[in-house]
Design a protein around this ligand. Structure first.
Ligand SMILES: Cc1ncc(COP(=O)(O)O)c(C=O)c1O
Length: 445
């Protein structure tokens, strides 16, 4: 309680001042005691300080400043370079017109996506391919990164997770943020199970490689960063494992559109029993150049369950519905109309032509590197090439940057097993790819 002070002479004034100071100290102390300081989520502090692409940007900037005349070619970050398909652009223009008039104006849409897109996805990406996915199992979003990152919210805090090494960092970092790991020691987090993806296993680990039992495994094929693809038998082994062990597969198919070899599955649902144990992520980013437009989707089949601590099965689809309706307000109407146009006859032909173009880029780079004597994985069925540099990743990165003005991605940035490799991306203009190959051939000859 504050002490009242009688006003009056000089002494009273000094006394009042002293009381006020004392009182402030007392109240601040009490406040600190009652309201602990605002605490941060210290799991964020476990994440390795230097983000791979920040370090690359830093080195490229330093090189450009030292050599302002250098024409740097970027075969590093996996962003697309080619413009949207005309069919998509036209559909998005029409969607803008819809938004411009009272009659067809669309405000908030369904959080799970508009029926027109969910139905087009179910039909074209699954049912027409003989795969059993219904429109109400498709959840449209603003891209696969958010979905890959958010999906872990459906699972218990103490579950065990397995990831590949090297790996798309989103799977790992989102689980670190959620507190499912210990500290990072030498590039690996405690309490996370790593599956080495190496030349020895063709960059596709199997359930037999699991060092201990896990509840969830993230799989990504065609793979970022290795460019490897998995056969139906390899994926089926994971599905069989998941069903036996009441585990869940989180299957990232962001690059499925690059698959050209007959028989390589584009979806985990090509495997028998996958509906009981797998969630699949898809993206229009690489399929149709939507990295700036933003649209993707996640399939959560009916009947796929997790369990309570008491062993009661709980369907994951209603949980994901709940998660999305609470925390997400839907992808933009304009993006969804653009995505719908990917499935029109013109949209299919035009987006395929762009992917063929990137695949030809990949072939040009791969052929040149193989001719130079390098072991290269990917570059077929994938926009990424995984090159064994027979030395340190970052040293090779620096060598190509300094001597060829070509930016690549050091494999070590994707995990310990990525040391000794670089990733090269085929997303570029033909002129840049040819120029880069010319320079690499001179530097590496
Ligand atoms: C494996 C993988 N999954 C997901 C994504 C994210 O895609 P989106 O642009 O749809 O968020 C990427 C993007 O590079 C990726 O490489």
């Amino acid at each position: 309680m504050r002490i009242k002070v009688r006003h009056g002479g000089k002494m009273d004034f000094a006394l009042a001042r002293a009381w006020r100071i004392w009182d402030n100290i007392r109240v601040t102390k009490q406040h600190k005691k009652e309201h602990q300081m605002i605490r941060v989520n210290e799991n964020y502090l476990k994440i390795q300080a230097s983000y791979l692409f920040t370090e690359i940007a830093h080195r490229v900037k330093a090189h450009q400043e030292a050599h302002p005349e250098a024409k740097i070619i970027r075969l590093g970050i996996g962003d697309v370079t080619e413009p949207l398909a005309p069919a998509v652009v036209e559909a998005m223009h029409r969607a803008v017109d819809d938004e411009a008039g009272r009659e067809r104006f669309c405000g908030y849409g369904p959080e799970q996506g508009y029926a027109f897109l969910r139905e087009a996805v179910a039909k074209n990406d699954f049912q027409d391919q003989g795969l059993d996915v219904a429109a109400d199992e498709v959840f449209v979003s603003d891209g696969a990164k958010c979905d890959c990152g958010n999906i872990q919210e459906l699972f218990g805090a103490d579950i065990k997770i397995a990831v590949g090494d090297p790996v798309y960092p989103v799977y790992v970092d989102t689980n670190v943020m959620a507190g499912r790991t210990g500290a990072n020691d030498g590039g690996r987090y405690a309490n996370l199970v790593y599956l080495d993806c190496t030349a020895a296993n063709g960059y596709v680990p199997s359930p037999a490689d699991l060092a201990e039992p896990v509840d969830v495994v993230y799989l990504c094929y065609p793979n970022n960063p290795t460019g490897a693809v998995a056969t139906l038998e390899q994926l089926q082994a994971w599905v069989d494992w998941a069903r036996t062990n009441k585990a869940v597969i989180l299957f990232d198919a962001a690059y499925e559109a690059f698959i050209r070899t007959p028989g390589i599955p584009r979806s985990i649902y090509a495997c028998k029993g996958a509906r009981e144990c797998a969630i699949e992520f898809r993206s229009y980013s690489k399929t149709a150049g939507f990295t700036g437009v933003r649209c993707g989707y996640t399939v959560v089949p009916k009947g796929l369950v997790g369990y309570t601590a008491a062993g009661e099965p709980v369907e994951l689809r209603p949980l994901w519905t709940r998660r999305q309706t609470t925390k997400f307000n839907g992808a933009s109407y304009i993006s969804q109309r653009g995505a719908e146009a990917v499935y029109s006859p013109e949209g299919k032909a035009q987006t395929k032509a762009t992917i063929d173009f990137y695949l030809e880029n990949a072939k040009i780079v791969k052929d040149a590197l193989v001719k130079l004597g390098y072991d290269v994985t990917g570059g077929v069925n994938s926009p990424y090439l995984w090159v064994n540099v027979k030395g340190d990743s970052w040293e090779f990165f620096d060598r190509l940057l300094k001597n060829a003005n070509v930016v690549t991605t050091p494999g070590a940035g994707f995990g310990r097993a990525g040391q000794g490799y670089i990733r090269i991306s085929a997303f570029n203009s033909r002129a840049n790819v040819e120029e880069a190959v010319d320079r690499l051939s001179k530097v590496l000859a």
